[in-house]
Design a protein around this ligand. Structure first.
Ligand code: ADP
Ligand code: ZN
Ligand code: ZN
Length: 727
């Protein structure tokens, strides 16, 4: 028997080993962790297959050292999904499998939580007198056990005890070891929520009807329509049937509020997985999901790979969110993999959004029975009114038009909150010389430096380079000035114009400290803030019931981009930020500042909402043959020397000649729109096909040839299947 093992390396293959000397090969199962020799190291791999023979001759094969556990860490369905993902995204299987295992398990932590704990004996409880006077450590260990009732060995060691101390206490009969029974799966008490409106009830019914079979459902509901309530009700049914629910959310939407909402409804602490966890916390949550102790698992992107003992339902909230796509390394879409996963498990998946991606919307339109709509806000709240403000015909103060200032005044006087949205942090996007036209550029990127801290620092938003800001033009010595607005400058202007209104700015610069975002949001909830200024951070997850006016300060950034997805993202952002306003009994008002009030996209959005925009945008995608009416993949390359990336991609195009390609077009290579970034010259090659079959087939035969090109080692390159950002 040959063991085919996935090892975390950049090579696109499995590695063959002979079974360990003292293990019965028949007891080994795919998904099990194995210690194997790799080069001069000893590493943990995952057994993927048991094979009859190897392509290597037997004398070249090395022996695996030992299984790490007795059971597989990853179940068969999960392995299938990982295999599928490695093939579909053309990414090395070892790296894909590593994405599914917490770091601690890749370095040898035990698969299951320890089941043996220390406890005090009767004598131990009364031990104070029987201890030598100087036995501080023993006293501390006894004290710890008095406070915690029981503790695992590593926990006691971490609290300051040593192995000798524990042994000594045991010999004196003060403490004893105890074997824990496996925790039985708790039945979950569910507290009732509000009674559902008819649209919510119908949606919950549709999910319930399909439990136990694969179905992909789109829950399309305006912000505040009660989508989360639908998830909670559907999950209650899933739990009652003894199954688990997996809920995927965008990173920034995984707030304590959301977790608290689940906690209020279900008497079962969810396992929570996100990028801010320590290795230990991540492992603990992963184990609880795998053992079935956690009935609900809430997590961001990578939680799509967490093992589940009894999968029953998957929910992807805000499914349109770009953060579900990993943008580096293993470039997977967690939303798309969640659908594959639901299919393999034979369970339903609910994709929820107020602004579904055009891919998801098109699929739901082809299968109308999978579309669940919540057309109205729950609890009778009114939808916000959207109005355009023409920036060309209105004077203003530093990027805020006069009619907007007047409307702000009105809302503030009524005691309400105002939200200003601008997707550009910093003080100003350009430092400019009015005399000779000079402007400050990043020395390593083809980009302007952003002015930060009034006029003190210049920061590159692409490579992070920082320098002091010039006060004088380096070429003509005239005084330079910041041009345009970022959130910092808007804050400054608003403070001058509304000196009495308490204000909070929410962006990546102002919210660096851990917990700062939560604190600020809590201040907003307590109405200690009247004006909120912020970036994208404000458009997700959090609701502001007392905000009655939302101002989109600049809608024009997304109108003329060359990325075919830019207009979709702009529409989603506008609708999402608008949806933060006027919950509950107060209706909201939304002002959108633009220099292009005639733009077709803005008109569609204002006249008919996201739905009109989406049908317009889908028509355009069909005419121009972009996804979802075509499939694309992008090869990106970069190198420190100017022509290398282009030369490599040209050679890649040439390597495709003669391969069967059935309608697969190679467009490019072309220099990236921002060619130089962080000192590297970048280029890209777009692959385009009508359907995904021929594209995948072409990639399979083409990529090995590309990998073998001499320049493949000089350029850093990657393949991105279904890219969400083209540049
Ligand atoms: P979404 O997830 O679509 O943004 P939520 O589920 O958060 O919407 O609901 C918005 C608000 O309306 C919440 O405060 C929620 O408690 C309330 N709500 C939802 N459904 C109902 C209902 N059927 N009756 C009363 N209030 C509801
Ligand atoms: Zn100058
Ligand atoms: Zn730069």
């Amino acid at each position: 028997v040959i063991l085919a093992v996935a090892i975390d390396t950049p090579l696109r293959r499995l590695f063959d080993y002979l079974p360990p000397l003292h293990a019965d090969p028949r007891s080994l199962r795919p998904g099990q962790r194995l210690w194997v020799p790799f080069g001069r190291r000893r590493v943990i791999g995952v057994l993927m297959q048991l094979r009859e023979r190897s392509e290597l001759s037997p004398d070249k094969l090395r022996r695996a050292l030992a299984p790490v556990d007795e059971e597989p860490a990853l179940d068969a369905t999960l392995l299938e999904i990982l295999d599928w993902a490695a093939e579909y995204y053309h990414h090395p299987i070892g790296d894909v499998v590593a994405a599914a295992l917490p770091t601690a398990l890749r370095t040898g932590a035990p698969l299951e939580a320890p089941r043996r704990v220390w406890r005090l004996t009767e004598e131990g409880r009364a031990a104070e007198s029987g201890l030598p006077a100087r036995a501080a450590r023993m006293r501390a260990a006894l004290q710890y056990l008095k406070e915690h009732a029981e503790a695992a060995g590593p926990e006691l060691l971490a609290s300051g005890a040593t192995g000798a101390v524990l042994k000594n206490l045991q010999q004196r009969g003060f403490i004893e070891q105890h074997e824990l029974a496996r925790e039985s799966i708790p039945s979950v008490a569910v507290r009732p929520g509000p009674s559902l409106n008819p649209a919510q009830a119908a949606a919950v019914e549709a999910v319930r009807d399909g439990l136990g079979t694969f179905r992909s459902l789109l829950l399309y509901g305006v912000t505040g329509s009660g989508k989360t309530e639908v998830y909670l009700h559907a999950i209650a049914t899933v739990l009652a049937r003894g199954a688990q629910a997996l809920v995927l959310v965008p990173e920034i939407a995984l707030t304590p509020q959301l977790i608290a909402r689940f906690g209020d409804r279900f008497d079962a602490p969810p396992a929570v997985l996100h990028s801010g966890l320590s290795d230990g916390e991540r492992l603990a949550a992963w184990r609880r999901a795998r053992s079935g102790e956690a009935r609900i698992v809430i997590g961001t992107r990578s939680a799509v790979f967490v093992p589940l003992a009894q999968p029953g339902l998957i929910v992807v909230d805000e499914e349109h969110d770009a953060s579900f796509k990993q943008q580096e390394g293993f470039r997977y879409s967690a939303r798309d993999l969640a659908i594959v996963r639901a299919q393999r498990h034979g369970i339903p998946i609910v994709l929820g959004s107020a602004t579904p991606s055009l891919e998801t919307l098109a699929r739901a339109q082809r299968q109308p029975e999978t579309l669940l709509s919540l057309p109205h806000r729950a609890a009778d709240a009114q939808p916000p009114r959207l109005t355009l403000v023409d920036l060309r015909s209105h004077a203003g103060a530093q990027g805020i038009a006069t009619p907007v200032l007047m409307t702000m005044q009105r809302h503030l006087e009524a005691g309400n909150q105002v939200l200003l949205f601008l997707n550009r942090r910093g003080y100003a996007p350009v430092l400019f010389c009015p005399k000779c036209g000079w402007s400050a550029h990043c020395p390593r990127c083809d980009a302007h430096l952003t002015v930060h801290g009034r006029s003190q620092a210049l920061v590159c938003h692409h490579c992070g380079a920082q320098q002091q800001a010039q006060q004088q033009c380096p070429s003509c010595e005239a005084a330079v000035k910041p041009v345009g607005q970022g959130t910092e400058r808007i804050e400054e202007t608003v403070r001058q114009l509304f000196p009495d209104a308490p204000l909070a700015r929410i962006d990546r610069d102002s919210m660096r400290r851990k917990g700062e975002l939560e604190e600020t949001l809590a201040r907003v909830d307590r109405k200690e803030v009247s004006i909120l200024i912020g970036t994208q951070m404000l458009t997700k997850g959090h609701h502001f019931p007392n905000v009655t006016l939302v101002v989109v300060l600049n809608a024009d950034q997304g109108l003329f981009s060359t990325d075919f997805r830019a207009s979709e993202r702009l529409a989603q952002t506008i609708v999402q930020v608008a949806g933060r306003a006027g919950r509950a009994e107060r209706s909201g008002e939304v002002l959108i500042q633009t220099e292009y009030p005639e733009h077709a996209l803005l008109k569609l959005l204002l006249d008919g909402g996201y739905e009109s925009f989406a049908s317009g945008a889908l028509r355009e995608r069909q005419q121009t043959s972009w996804p979802p009416f075509a499939r694309i993949a992008l090869v990106r390359a970069e190198a420190p020397k100017p022509i290398v990336a282009m030369r490599f991609l040209q050679a890649a195009v040439d390597a495709g000649h003669g391969l069967p390609r059935k309608g697969v077009k190679l467009l490019g290579p072309a220099p990236a729109p921002m060619e130089r970034r962080a000192g590297r010259y970048r280029a890209q090659l777009l692959l385009h096909a009508d359907t995904h079959g021929p594209l995948q087939k072409f990639l399979r035969s083409w990529l090995p040839r590309v990998e073998a090109l001499p320049d493949a080692k000089r350029a850093r390159w990657s393949i991105d299947v279904d890219p969400v950002e083209l540049f």
